[in-house]
Ligand binder design. Structure first.
Ligand code: MN
Length: 717
């Protein structure tokens, strides 16, 4: 058990000027407050805060953090208030203790809504003062070390929470030493049988290779000296049980096939020496192909840097070698704590550190997410990053989560590159935007100025950053479109009664009416009309009494002009797929070039039907909601999918004839299905990619020319 005097020595060793008096007061206060309390182990409670403070001193954190470690359970477990802590120990310490107390109250195994809210609170506390999470992690580590004293049920709950939440957070903060111990302990309690059996097998294998690690260490040490590559130290070890366990499970392999069962770690003085050492190792033992990883040139997102390689020893045993500088080693073990201890005073000084960037971004992007399920999903991706490394054509490297797509990559370069992304070349070949990228892919993004993100992208992108950028854009765009649409609809309504927009919106009546609806600006009202929340006609009758509204019949000449030239007002443009407020109706699925009509739906914008769609007749029911639309020329040129239904003679080879005919006129077939109706006739249903109405006519015409095709029909979706 640690003594307080040992703790003081440790703190002094890092910081000679540390306020020891403050620590002593915190210790005495903690001892007094926890007096009489005992842990499940039967030890006095004070042991726990003392051990936690010791772990924080090991991380070389400042006096505030160590003192907060001594005091961290007082508010929760005694009558003492946070105000009292502040009076006695100052704002900083009270702030950290309060944060830790709040985190302690969080139930992560609750309903999804509560969980999401709790995570959000935790992230906020972390961003506010990173020492809160460091104290919490130290607290959790000591609790895990003494977990065997607790009853089974609580043991499992705490171990599960450690595996799901605290270990991944420690990992994301680069604190691998702490993370490893948390994971190992969680494994021991959560999967006791698997843990014990693996422990025995690993132990047996270790005995079988007794002395091997020592031999390897000696050999490489001699080789490096001979080659005059200076090293600080070399150590050998057996891989952690949990990581062996995961490997066996994931790759479905046997213990003998684990290449990094044993690992040597070489800590050298410089990056140059690291690469030199790698060369010596490959000269000494044969490397295993595909196992060389350069995390020095391509650091992991949590800042980890090292060279990894696997080689086969003279005795036929594979083992892993990790090579890194002393600085990299320290960061690999301690992560955020390694950066932290150099700075004096508050964390504010190094807000630009990558961890803070990650934390702040995470929080920023999550703030807008309302759906708890989505929030947790996003967080999971952020906390369990199994990343892939993707290259730009210029050789710059980006780390992305597994299953990332070219769209995620585009947004990782720049928001505008993401927004304007229309295609991607992976290793020189054009691929669909939903393609999952693989490690080492060279990705070139094709952009088109003015192109806009598609709602469809949300179905496949994986990073929360990308997701939020797209959503944000779509929302802004929707708002803009609905505003324009609403204004147009209102104008149209006004014109029916020969009223003009300016006259209507300038007067006090308009302002009063806005107030009645609770809108601050006319734009908000127009947006509501565009969304179908408020009818343009209702608004108009509030401005002009019903009896004064007189529809002006079109004069004979005006109606002729109208018929010849089309309506004077500007039509709503239909772009194609990516429209946000204007979409093609599913019933008739009109394609570019066809005559179309628009209909204002309630809340979904304008649905566009083919003029010959049978539903259009029904739309006349509510003529006020019918609007003129036209295709926007030259916008989106991606193909439409059209389903064709063919009635055919049931003869051998007809399917082949039909498909080769289609292929012959350069048309893609997405899907084809054939079946027999009765003895003589059959039916072929196919989905083809069509660029416009002319193209469709050409396809239908050539299908009809196939011998045995009786009829070709365009089917609704
Ligand atoms: Mn505690």
């Amino acid at each position: 058990m640690i003594r307080f005097e040992d703790l003081i020595e440790k703190v002094r060793a890092t910081n000679a000027d540390a306020d020891i008096e403050l620590l002593r007061r915190a210790y005495v206060f903690s001892a007094f407050e926890h007096k009489g309390q005992v842990r499940h182990s039967g030890e006095p409670y004070l042991v726990h805060p003392l051990e936690v403070a010791d772990l924080l001193a090991d991380m070389k954190l400042d006096v505030v953090a160590v003192a907060a470690g001594l005091l961290h359970d007082i508010v929760e477990d005694t009558q003492t208030s946070i105000e009292r802590i502040q009076e006695l120990f100052g704002t900083d310490i009270a702030h950290v203790v309060e944060g830790v107390t709040k985190l302690g109250a969080i139930q992560f195994s609750s309903s999804e809504e509560r969980q999401a809210e709790n995570f959000r609170k935790m992230l906020l506390a972390m961003v506010d003062d990173i020492r809160v999470i460091l104290v919490k992690l130290a607290d959790r580590l000591h609790n895990m070390r003494t977990l065997h004293h607790l009853p089974e049920e609580r043991r499992l709950k705490i171990a599960q929470e450690t595996r799901d939440i605290y270990a991944p957070i420690a990992n994301r903060l680069g604190m691998s030493k702490l993370k490893n111990e948390l994971e190992e302990l969680a494994f021991k309690y959560l999967e006791a049988k698997a843990y014990e059996s693996l422990r025995q097998r690993v132990e047996a294998r270790r005995r079988a290779t007794e002395g091997l690690i020592e031999d390897l260490t000696k050999t490489i040490s001699a080789k490096l000296t001979e080659a005059q590559v200076p090293v600080i130290h070399i150590d050998g070890r057996i891989k952690r049980l949990f990581s062996i366990h995961q490997k066996l499970k994931k790759q479905k392999i046997d213990l003998d096939q684990v290449y990094d069962f044993m690992a040597l770690r070489i800590v050298s003085q410089s990056v140059k020496d690291c690469y030199a050492a790698l060369g010596i190792i490959h000269q000494t033992w044969s490397p295993v192909p595909g196992r060389i990883k350069d995390f020095i040139a391509m650091p992991r997102p949590n800042g980890y840097q090292s060279l990894h390689t696997s080689v086969i020893s003279e005795r036929g045993f594979p083992f892993e070698v990790q090579i890194r500088t002393a600085e990299m080693h320290r960061i690999a073990e301690e992560g955020i704590a390694a950066h932290w201890k150099y700075k004096e005073g508050r964390v504010g000084a190094d807000r630009d550190e990558q961890y803070f960037i990650w934390l702040r971004q995470l929080l920023e992007f999550q703030q807008e997410v309302r759906d708890p399920q989505e929030f947790l999903q996003n967080l999971k991706i952020e906390l369990y990053p199994e990343e892939v490394y993707i290259f730009t054509p210029k050789g710059e490297v980006k780390a992305l989560p597994r299953d990332a797509t070219p769209v995620d990559f585009a947004y990782s370069i720049h928001t505008d590159v993401g927004h304007q992304c229309v295609g991607a070349r992976v290793n020189g070949k054009m691929v669909p935007l939903r393609t999952r990228l693989r490690n080492g892919d060279i990705v070139e993004i094709v952009t088109a100025p003015g192109h806009q993100p598609s709602r469809d992208w949300l179905n496949f992108v994986v990073t929360s950053r990308t997701r939020n950028k797209i959503k944000h854009y779509i929302q802004a765009e929707e708002k803009q479109r609905s505003l324009e649409l609403g204004r147009k609809l209102f104008e149209k309504e006004a014109r029916r009664y020969s009223l003009n927009l300016k006259g209507l919106t300038d007067g006090p009546a308009f302002a009063a009416m806005l107030g009645e609806y609770g809108y601050g600006k006319g734009e908000e009202l127009f947006a509501a009309i565009g969304y179908g929340k408020v009818a343009a006609r209702t608004v108009l009758t509030k401005l002009v009494p019903q009896e004064q509204l007189k529809e002006t019949p079109e004069s004979g000449i005006a109606s002729v002009v109208r018929r010849v030239l089309g309506p004077a007002e500007e039509k709503i443009k239909v772009r194609g797929f990516d429209d946000l407020m204007v979409f093609r109706a599913r019933c008739c699925n009109p394609i570019r070039g066809e005559k179309i009509v628009g209909y204002i739906t309630r809340g979904k914008g304008v649905s566009v039907h083919s003029a010959i769609c049978p539903n259009v007749v029904n739309l006349l029911y509510d003529p006020e909601r019918r609007i003129d639309v036209e295709w926007d020329k030259g916008a989106d040129t991606s193909p439409y999918t059209v389903r064709l239904s063919l009635q055919v003679e049931d003869r051998k080879g007809i399917l082949a004839d039909v498909t080769s005919k289609i292929a012959g006129i350069n048309t893609n077939i997405r899907n084809v299905e054939a079946r027999s109706d009765d003895d003589q006739t059959g039916r072929i249903d196919m989905t083809v990619e069509i660029s416009d109405v002319k193209h469709l006519q050409k396809v239908i015409k050539s299908l009809r020319s196939v011998n045995g095709v009786v009829d070709v029909e365009r089917a609704s979706r």
